[in-house]
Ligand binder design. Structure first.
Ligand SMILES: Cc1cc2nc3c(=O)[nH]c(=O)nc-3n(C[C@H](O)[C@H](O)[C@H](O)COP(=O)(O)O)c2cc1C
Length: 204
């Protein structure tokens, strides 16, 4: 990722739809009025992408600075394919879509337009429902970038484990030694961009 992209201010969200959800930071309010439009940009390789295409609806859970970092790890670094990402987290439902309770609130949208954008698809959604749970400070993508090592050290695993963190996107690989030709599955960088860390033990 280009360094300057980290200077573009964006938030941290979990976008969910029927049977899939993933982390995104690419959210924009694109119009105003009583029922504004919101855009999201989702990678075509994400399982959540095909599910939004199918259902034509999505919900955004807005993450705060103190949202459990396990949420970032689960929703941003694993796939919904054969995996119910919500199983370890408290959630509510809106129009049959799960939204996270450990958040500032949610926005539910119905897709009104779809724009092809190379690697990604931009879904434009009409806001139909929303709920604010609290007044916590939203987590910005920049805050995540600056604190990702500290946040990921808090991710709990069954045992203390050696892991490698991608210093570009925060992806974690649990392995003693990284193979020389290893590439980050999220952002594609090589082993030289990984740093060894010890992940805290726990019961999650
Ligand atoms: C901090 C962070 C931000 C991310 N932002 C986006 C994004 O804006 N758009 C996107 O398509 N994927 C983004 N991702 C990657 C997806 O969340 C990730 O590939 C996920 O595993 C896809 O899950 P799925 O296969 O269940 O859809 C982000 C990941 C992280 C950790």
């Amino acid at each position: 990722m280009r360094k300057i992209f980290k200077k573009i201010t964006q938030g941290m969200y979990v976008v969910s739809t029927l049977d899939a959800a993933c982390m995104i930071d690419t959210v924009n309010q694109v119009s105003a009025g009583d029922l504004p439009l919101i855009s999201i940009s989702v990678n075509k390789n994400n399982y959540t992408h095909q599910k939004i295409f199918k259902s034509q609806k999505f919900a955004l859970s807005i993450l705060s600075k103190d949202t459990d970092p396990n949420i970032i790890q689960t929703f941003g670094m694993t796939s919904s394919k054969n995996n119910n990402k919500f199983q370890n987290f408290s959630f509510s439902t809106v129009e049959n879509i799960k939204v996270l309770n450990d958040s500032i609130g949610y926005i539910y949208c119905e897709v009104v337009d779809i724009i092809d954008a190379d690697t990604h698809t931009i879904f434009i959604g009409r806001v139909k429902k929303e709920k604010i749970y609290n007044d916590k400070e939203p987590m910005s993508y920049n805050y995540y970038q600056d604190h990702k090592e500290e946040l990921m050290q808090k991710v709990k695993t069954a045992n203390n484990k050696i892991a490698w963190i991608c210093t570009v996107c925060g992806y974690i690989k649990y392995i003693d030694t990284l193979p020389e030709d290893f590439k980050c599955p999220i952002c594609g960088v090589g082993v030289n961009m990984f740093k060894k860390i010890n992940i805290e033990g726990g019961d999650k």
